[in-house]
Write a protein that binds this ligand. Sequence first.
Ligand code: GUN
Length: 292
Amino acid sequence: MQILDGKITAEKIRHEIADEVQKMVSAGLRRPHLAAILVGHDGGSLTYVNNKVKACHDCGFESTLLHFGTGITETELIDEVKKLNDNPEIDGFIVQLPLPHHISERRVIEAIDYRKDVDGFHPVNTGRLNAGLPCFVSATPRGILELLRRYDVRTRSKRVVILGRSNIVGKPLASMLMQRSYGDATVTVCHSHTLNIADECRRADILIAAIGQPEFVTADMVREGATVIDVGTTRIPDASCARGYRLAGDVKFDEVAPKCAYITPVPGGVGPMTIAMLMQNTLAAARKEYYH
Ligand code: GUN
């Protein structure tokens, strides 16, 4: 069994990006600039956004954090999005999800200029992804494929089973994995109405769990020699941890790991790769790789 180490791989990628930024600066170009909008005080979202800002610093990017209270209205938030759309200093930006219930995530995402949508959530980008056209791709699916690629875990002709059909992970991941040259895999997507999920999982060469249900995947659901990717990061209150909580993945790691060829840990697996891919998307935005 080998650990797919997202922490070390992401660090390597941040160094690669920092080298590229150095070349840009030497050539007289300005540094890539990422902005993030955060609404409210959810602990998980605060940590994610702070980690994104820190990654910008590591990569030599400029960053701007816009933090609003939960009292902000949808109209006010969309005005902030429009200001970032129109700001030529900003190459790309994200609106951290989830948003408070009184704000429509769909309307906010649709207000983002798709040319600055480094999260790849805008319908232009998701549509182009499904059509196999160049576009910004959601960072978590990209991070998973990049981690597999860097450990030389091949997806071509493999049976991949994805647990979860979210817009952020399950759907774009399925789209990428089934596409020619991206993945070339045979993909099954399981969700809350799938019958006999355990049977589906046991057929997987590569099993990807993205449902946010701590320790859902148990050893009996995993084929001997499979590769298991754990996207779950649920905070479980735990007084014995200094922070007052621990992070739990969707996979019961201790019993599943011995059966696997490869497995990602939580934390230190997919999470750091997601942030590294957001940095790559921001570099691509600054270089206008997909759109002018
Ligand atoms: N919430 C959970 N994951 C993500 C992500 O990748 N981007 C944004 N903007 N919000 C998230």
